[in-house]
Design a binder for this molecule. Structure first.
Ligand code: DGL
Length: 264
């Protein structure tokens, strides 16, 4: 069991930020990544569609003998966590929301917390519900920022276009007075430095990919299922292959990876 791979999935390539953080913190683990590039963006899809896609991907990862499954997509974590858990049966399933919520409510106080993400994630209201369950006094303000994921995927990160789009969203009055900002989309770690620049250190911009990776490492250790193999071979699958996905994937994972197309 210990040396079986970790299964990670996302609507596309955004979840590679989480996969990369996991690879860094858990270098002995094998990773099987699935990006549902045929159906992205999940952020614009219905709950039912996201659940159906997520169930199919889970079956694929189970078939690949994954020891755990990580939903490295906020939209699928918001709307399909229960469906994935039900499908995975005994295999532990992790989402990218609870580790962030646990992190932020550690010192529960009258925090003013901002959340930015896709329409699916923000409209599900999951962050506010989960945070308020653990910390009633927190104030949560959420904003949909649907242009950010495609912008990042197209490589607009360190230029005037990204600067303008980011500033435009963050200037929204819903986010006025926040002290913490949750980046509730797995694409956003790639623009975290730009968001930090915008706030000039006045807002704590949560480092979501690394917090999730740390949580996974703790859970593997706690359940005694850490790998002891030194070979590690990672596999990256997508449901629709294009050269441009491959180029973006290299940029998201910060090293060269080969994508393989698979129909599920
Ligand atoms: N990676 C997805 C998420 O974290 C965003 C992209 C999409 O809409 O599919 O929600």
């Amino acid at each position: 069991m210990n040396n079986q791979p970790i299964g990670i999935f996302d609507s596309g390539i955004g979840g590679l930020t989480v996969a990369h953080a996991i690879k860094k913190i858990l270098p002995n683990e094998d990773i099987i990544y699935f990006g549902d590039t045929e159906h992205l963006p999940y952020g614009e899809k219905s709950k039912k569609a996201i659940q159906n896609y997520s169930i199919k991907i889970t079956q694929f990862l189970l078939h690949k003998k994954c020891k755990i499954i990580i939903i490295a997509c906020n939209s699928a974590s918001s709307l399909a966590y229960k469906s994935v858990k039900k499908t995975a049966k005994k295999i532990p399933v992790f989402n990218v929301i609870n580790p962030i919520v646990d992190h932020i409510v550690k010192q529960c106080s009258e925090y003013n917390i901002g959340v930015i993400g896709t329409k699916a994630t923000i409209q599900s209201n999951i962050y506010e519900t989960e945070i308020k369950t653990l910390c009633k006094s927190a104030k949560v303000s959420s904003l949909t920022t649907p242009l950010l994921a495609p912008m990042i995927e197209e490589g607009f990160i360190n230029d005037d276009i990204s600067q303008t789009v980011i500033a435009n969203y963050l200037a929204n009055k819903k986010l006025a007075n926040i002290e913490h900002l949750i980046l509730a989309c797995t694409h956003y770690p790639l623009i975290r430095h730009k968001i930090n620049e915008y706030y000039k250190g006045k807002v704590n911009v949560i480092d979501s990919a690394n917090i999730v990776a740390k949580h996974i490492a703790e859970q593997l250790e706690k359940n005694d299922i850490l790998s002891n193999s030194k070979k590690n071979k990672h596999q990256f699958y997508v449901s629709n292959f294009t050269k441009s996905f491959e180029e973006s994937a290299n940029f998201f994972f910060k090293e060269y990876i080969k994508l393989e197309e698979v129909n599920i």
